[in-house]
Design a protein around this ligand. Structure first.
Ligand code: NAD
Length: 458
């Protein structure tokens, strides 16, 4: 998992608000302005989480001492189905951050039409300082404290920062011990395959990012690029998501010109050989230094001349201070929140499309949903079946978001080509509806409609 303890690459004099909660609020407020027809009171209902649980529990450490840990689980909405969202282990976890991320999960699930609401959880701890035994004790005790606040039909956790398949296995095992005699596999997704994990889950987010790009280009909004074949692609990161995305784009004929990790990036305008990159990373622990490539910084990578830029590592990477130098025609948010609201405005005004995280990285939660379905049915789907279903959902989600976006009265000159825009920077940003805002509007409308169809209780 990524190292969130490292601060994001932000200039010391950068005046932008980079707090995830503040950013989520800004994004939601933009969508809110376009939701004027919504029944009064519904927006307020969506702004607050349905339920927030805070727990404190003691754990005996390896050295015999006892330490208290604080954990949170926030269920933002159950309108569309049980809550769904990761559990993170990190020293900076706060109730407010978890609440913001839970709301984003509601909107992400609504966009890909998986029947879940949004949730998120976390334990305040520094996993780098904890042994495996201590992590297991924390996990088991946290699940015990949460009790029936999680469950196969109430709220279903998944991996997030510094939690993984092993953590999910402990969650499943603990929950099952507390609920003997029931099929508890669907209580958590992202499990090891042996315990009911799904084929394709590991690559689902990166593959999903490719599938949404492929569909978006087919729609012809960037006339000079109607397919990924032959497109040059720069990817920030070389983790689970970045690797899967790189392979999917390469297999479709794109040229991967750059990749990176926390130590820096590598660039070859003729295209990187992904097998060479994998072997080099395995041997040296970094991609930096791969022979016949140019070493670049992570900042340089973002500003490379390329057709498609995929930030797939950290948040807050494309900001007010560097958005003006992005040269790609299309940015795919494979990571969570790599583009700030100020950068959204700059990129929009320059005619550069951003496929937002709640669409572009929704492949992960989609295959998590498939895992849950397989667990409930005691079934096992093969990889082709999983990927076929993923493709269908991701493509439909793109079509729905673009249709919603087209429904707004867009200022002339904004879209579709950077070069064709007469003076894009002269446009008032408040006039611009970008794909992120359209995606949020679509998601909120869906959840609002379901709320009204169910009927406000009693
Ligand atoms: P990962 O830990 O597998 O990979 C993270 C990558 O980021 C690594 O290559 C790491 O070297 C790199 N990195 C770390 N610090 C860096 C720095 N300072 N500069 C540049 N690169 C740095 O994580 P992942 O699962 O691939 O997740 C990547 C992003 O995608 C995160 O934002 C995550 O929240 C998001 N995401 C992941 C999933 C999923 O299914 N894994 C789903 C949705 C969203």
């Amino acid at each position: 998992m990524i190292d969130p303890i490292e601060p994001p690459l932000v200039g010391a004099d950068n005046p932008e608000e980079l707090n995830p909660l503040a950013i989520a609020r800004q994004q939601f407020n933009r969508a809110r302005e376009k939701l004027a027809g919504l029944k009064k009171g519904l927006i307020e209902f969506f702004e607050a989480p349905k339920r927030s649980v805070a727990v404190c529990f003691p754990v005996e450490m390896e050295d015999g001492s006892v330490r208290s840990f604080h954990g949170f689980r926030v269920l933002h909405s159950r309108v569309m189905g049980p809550g769904k969202g990761g559990i993170r282990y990190h020293r900076d976890v706060t109730a407010a951050e978890v609440a913001a991320l839970a709301a984003l999960m509601t909107w992400k699930c609504a966009i890909v039409k998986v029947p879940f609401g949004g949730a998120k959880g976390g334990v305040v701890c520094n996993p780098k300082e904890l042994s495996e035994t201590e992590l297991r004790r924390i996990t088991r005790r946290f699940v015990h404290e949460l009790g029936d606040n999680i469950g196969p039909h109430t709220d279903i956790p998944a991996p997030d920062l510094y939690t993984n398949e092993q953590t999910m296995a402990w969650i499943f095992d603990t929950y099952e011990a507390l609920h003997p005699g029931a099929n508890s596999r669907p209580v958590v997704t992202g499990k090891p395959i042996d315990l009911g994990g799904s084929a394709g889950r590991r690559d689902a987010t990166g593959l999903g990012a490719f599938l949404v790009t492929e569909r978006f280009l087919e729609l012809g909004l960037i006339p000079s690029m109607v397919s990924v074949a032959g497109a040059t692609v720069a990817i920030q990161g070389y983790g689970q998501v970045a690797k899967a995305a790189a392979h999917a784009f390469r297999d479709a004929g794109a040229i991967i010109v750059a990749l990176s990790d926390s130590q820096g990036g590598i660039y070859d305008p003729k295209g990187l050989d992904l097998m060479d990159v994998a072997n080099y990373k395995q041997e040296h622990g970094t991609v930096v230094g791969l022979p016949e490539t140019k070493t670049i910084t992570n900042e340089d990578l973002l500003e490379l001349e390329c057709d498609i830029l995929i930030p797939a590592a950290l948040g807050n990477q494309i900001r007010q201070d560097n958005a003006g130098r992005i040269q790609a025609k299309l940015v795919i948010e494979a990571a969570n929140a790599p583009v700030t609201p100020a950068a959204d405005d700059i990129l929009s005004a320059r005619g550069i499309f951003v496929l937002p995280d709640i669409l572009a990285n929704a492949g992960g939660v989609t295959v998590s949903y498939f895992e849950w379905v397989q667990n409930i049915e005691n079934e096992e789907w093969d990889l082709d079946d999983v990927n076929r279903r993923l493709k269908w959902r991701m493509r439909r989600a793109v079509d729905d978001v673009v249709e919603c976006w087209r429904g707004f009265d867009l200022p002339t000159g904004l879209i579709p080509e950077i070069d064709d825009a007469e003076d894009p920077s002269a446009l008032a940003t408040s006039d611009i509806v970008d794909l992120r805002t359209a995606a949020l509007v679509l998601a909120v409308r869906r959840v609002a409609q379901a709320t009204l169809e169910r009927g406000i209780w009693p």
